[in-house]
Design a protein around this ligand. Sequence first.
Ligand code: 5GP
Length: 214
Amino acid sequence: MPTTPTDARRGIVLILSSPSGAGKTTLTRMLLQNRDLDLTLSISVTTRQRRSSEVDGIHYRFITQRQFESMRDNGELLEWAEVHGNFYGTPRGPVEEILSRGRDALFDIDYQGTQQVREKMGSDTVTIFILPPSMKELRARLERRAEDTREAIERRLDNARNEIQRWKQYDYVLVNDDLQTSFDDLLAILRAERQRRPRRAKGIEEFVSRLLQE
Ligand code: 5GP
């Protein structure tokens, strides 16, 4: 939380995208576990079936197709997309709440959602694409996770080839060869983005006017 006017700044919409299995979920968890970073995850709604390791309301809000359509048609979603045959969307309310308090929101969404959020939130967005070190490793990670059926894994691998080509839409691209190195890179990006002048203009303006009165 900002403590002085100098620290006050606009919240960042930090978006991580990658094909499934590139390590994004682990990196997201590492970012959230670091309390000093003060990041708040935007919890998506999805019509996908819950995996055994997932908790409703923490990883996703699992909803029916009908509930999804109702949220979408009532304008309650900031963005939405169909991914791997299921619907996913970002509820608008919680994001507005996070940003209005000057805090940063973390999004784990695909390239379609990223495009929509960027159109709506403009320069508040910072987008990062995470690539796997190889297709072999991507397959191994999906198989190790052992949470999807063989058919779902094949579908995810097919989709990965399409998703990987979207890297050019992003501000930053990481090749996740080593988790700790990727995490350090994410920290560096976040740290630098938090210091960007347009984000800090108001706080710094007040600071500078005090400075010049000394
Ligand atoms: P999974 O089913 O593995 O949890 O997620 C599949 C894909 O859907 C991932 O690439 C993830 O980033 C994306 N995704 C998750 N939530 C959302 C969302 O709210 N909107 C969009 N556009 N994509 C999402």
